[in-house]
Design a protein around this ligand. Structure first.
Ligand code: ADP
Ligand code: MG
Length: 435
């Protein structure tokens, strides 16, 4: 949101005050750092605050030293909020009460622990502070991350996408390779990056290559690894995965198809809400030290991701992975043909002009189908027949581009719901391709 919109909202509020509007204004004021009038609106908020909004509001108030407001607004029954409450109590010198609130919160949800508070109150059980000893045998908890480990690759395996590779190098890989330089400038290494774009255009491929380029372990997590039928188990699984990742830095945690775990809460069942809150708590620096853990995620439907994930400190960098252009399409075809018998007559550049809107996966599929044709002919002829142009021209009759529909949907979001310019790259892409 920009200052002008905020000021319009403030005018609207004067005309017709409502708690809903007050909340929007408070969040905007915090986001923009325009907090002169903040306290005037707090009295209009409806309590208890919804979980989604409570944390950013609480944290903003805490950072600006409005401790009484934090105490008034935060719900001590919700662990992550209780920690903020404890910090404010502490700041006001109510040490004992702060300690009690904190202990209760951590008892309920160990994930919200803060190293600093643990140390202050002597909850110091070795290098990894723990308040609670879990007695029951933890069969289902994540024993180690090895089952999620995947081979990494390098950027050479991802054809094209030069622009996005450059951005990844600058924003992700360099900080990993030169941590001390970044530390000297007080820059955080790690954090969250969300790759988005049409299906089959290389998001998963890029994530794996990024881990390889960082020289970090790569753990790929699917929603099914986390989701569990039993209440509370999914949260625990997720917490376990993050805990282990923090112990194995430097590493890349990759959440493929993030929407399955981080979908909008208004669309989901109650059980999912807790999971989303847990995920948010894991990503937030105030609960734990995520330094050295790069959280990468991918999605085809960024507009379905709960907005809270896209706030600062979480997946605050979004990178658009576009469909391949003509040059890239030719290169991808050649790449997937490189180890197959071919008569050398196929003109990939020409094929590229006939495969507008094809994703990398569509192109791979086309190569596979051409190969099938060649195999069939070989069997009939009883000798090896190499892949040749005719195979491609047959195969292409049965292939359809799959990125067009995605781009149409994305265009609408980019035009009408382009919060903070998050879809600007999509708009530039559409413009450059005359759409
Ligand atoms: N830039 C690319 N270079 C080479 N192959 C690609 C590229 N993009 C997509 N592919 C092919 O398409 C397949 C699917 O890509 P993937 O990364 O899984 O897409 P998604 O964006 O849906 O995660 C890959 O396994 C690869 O065969
Ligand atoms: Mg994928």
């Amino acid at each position: 949101m920009d200052a002008k919109t905020l000021s319009n909202l403030e005018t609207a509020f004067k005309a017709a005050p409502s708690s809903e509007l007050a909340k929007v204004i408070v969040l905007a004021q915090l986001e923009l750092g325009a907090t002169e009038g903040l306290l005037d609106y707090l009295g209009h908020l409806e309590l208890p605050l919804e979980q989604v909004d409570a944390l950013p509001i609480g944290q903003g108030l805490l950072e600006r030293g409005h401790h009484q407001a934090v105490i008034d607004l935060m719900d001590r029954e919700v662990p992550a909020q209780a920690v903020l409450l404890a910090r404010s109590l502490l700041a006001l010198g109510k040490d004992q009460e702060a300690k009690d609130v904190y202990a209760a919160a951590v008892e309920q949800a160990p994930a919200v622990q803060s190293e600093e508070l643990n140390v202050r109150w002597g909850y110091h059980g070795g290098a990894r502070p723990r308040l609670r000893v879990v007695e029951r045998p933890d069969e289902d908890a994540v024993a180690d991350l090895t089952k999620y480990r995947q081979e990494t690759t390098s950027f050479d395996d991802v054809v094209g996408l030069t622009h996005i590779k450059k951005q990844i190098s600058k924003k992700i890989i360099l900080p990993f390779q030169k941590p001390s330089l970044y530390q000297r400038f007080r820059k955080k290494v790690g954090g969250g990056v969300l790759l988005f774009g049409p299906p089959g255009c290389g998001k998963t491929l890029l994530a794996r290559a990024t881990a390889g380029e960082c020289n970090a372990e790569f753990y790929s997590i699917m929603a099914s690894d986390v989701l569990n039928l039993y209440i509370g188990e999914s949260e625990e699984n997720l917490h376990g995965i993050f805990e282990k990742a923090r112990e194995s830095v430097p590493c890349v945690l990759f959440f493929d198809e993030l929407e399955a775990l981080a979908g909008k809460r208004e669309h989901s069942r109650n059980a999912n809400m807790n999971l989303v809150s847990q995920f948010l708590a894991e990503m937030d620096g105030f609960a734990q030290n995520n330094s050295g853990v790069l959280v990468l995620a991918s999605t085809n439907v960024p507009w379905s991701i709960d907005g809270a994930f896209l706030r600062p400190g979480r997946f605050d960098r979004m990178l658009f992975v576009p469909p391949p252009d003509e040059v890239a399409r030719a290169a991808i075809l050649a790449h997937h043909m490189r180890e197959r018998p071919s008569d050398g007559a196929t003109n990939y550049k020409l094929l590229a002009t006939k495969t507008r809107g094809f994703s990398g996966a569509d192109l791979y599929n086309l190569v596979e189908m051409a190969a099938d044709e060649a195999i069939e002919e070989s069997i009939e002829a009883n000798r090896e027949i190499e892949i040749q142009p005719s195979h491609f021209y047959h195969a292409i009759q049965d292939c359809r581009p799959t990125t067009t529909e995605w781009l149409t949907t994305a265009k609408n979001y980019a035009r009408y719901a382009n919060d903070g310019g998050r879809y600007n790259d999509v708009l530039s892409f559409l413009k450059a391709h005359g759409k």
